[in-house]
Design a protein around this ligand. Sequence first.
Ligand code: NAD
Length: 368
Amino acid sequence: MIKVKKRRVLLLPGDGIGPEVIAEVKKVINWFNDKKSLDFEIEEDLVGGISFDKHGTPLTDEVFYKALESAVIMLGAVGGPKWDGVEFSKKPERALLKLRKELKLFANLRPAICFEQLVNASTLKPEIVSGLDILIVRELTGGVYFGEPRGIKPIENGERKGVNTHTYTSSEIIRVARVAFDLAKKRSNRVISCEKSNVMEAGQLWKEEVQSLHDKDYKDVELSHMLADNCAMQLVRNPKQFDVILTDNLFGDMLSDEASMLTGSLGLLPSASLGAKNKDGEMRAMYEPIHGSAPDIAGKGVANPIASILSFAMALRYSLDLDKEAEALEKAVQEALNDGLRTKDIMSDKMKEVSTSQMGDAIISKLQ
Ligand code: NAD
């Protein structure tokens, strides 16, 4: 059994803008080490396309074992058109799915918070998004992305058939629902659980298990159920009706991308993927911005590092029990925005456009 090293932070920058945004996270970690003597041990390695180019695989065994030993994995992003032709099992994105699955990171937390300074960056009217604070809890290791059988196979009359299987067991549903209920208690105490129980048996089981867990252990939390397609519509109609949204892997993928646009830019949204605590209280976790490798802007120094920096704030809070430091970092981000500093993706009139590293430096200067 590989033990988790409590202060070990593994940086996996990955591809595209990944290395650019993770470089800013590294500066933040070094600042905490230098100024607050927090003795984080930083390790850094390859993942995704860059690992495939060097080693012929998107995730080597060596990196996988480093991940097993690390309390915190900070991932940038993987993938890009360069690897479009690569065989499916070697695609950069497979590294991510393997890390999530093998480290059993079943609960994906995706906050969508609209910063007051950026209310106008959203495509929705300011009054719809001002004050928005949603937390999406997405199941991450089950459902259609992992279910078997899967594949593409030839069938009669020269046709091919693509198969993926959407499955959930009771325990997979219950453990992620518990995370959502526990987090709701620290917020506005409301959970809306989303599935497609009208057309999918797995959705019906989802709804029943969430309801019975609620009735057994979380009667004090307000629970309601919503069909996932309705949730997609309600998110743009009246997003502030939501507090915690609990949903499965597939619907969570879409709903959280949709929610991200309420806040203005993909470049602002962090995420945490948490595993279960073992009997010694140790937990494995991976933190990453929700955006991808953004090949269209990679190498230009314009990527927004805020999503990655806020992902590290989540790591401080959920993995390292450093709530005060997490708050300080979130406040530093707000203050840099208050000063009118904007990366290109959130630039607006009368604001000052800054590069990726200038935004990182500004946030660090606010931490001082
Ligand atoms: P994307 O998130 O990379 O980019 C979508 C759009 O948002 C682009 O216009 C991009 O420039 C912009 N954007 C994203 N992050 C930004 C940032 N930090 N600052 C400013 N602008 C930003 O999604 P995509 O283009 O669909 O995917 C590109 C590649 O990334 C694909 O290979 C995809 O598989 C991969 N991907 C990886 C992850 C991950 O590693 N977790 C997630 C999604 C997509």
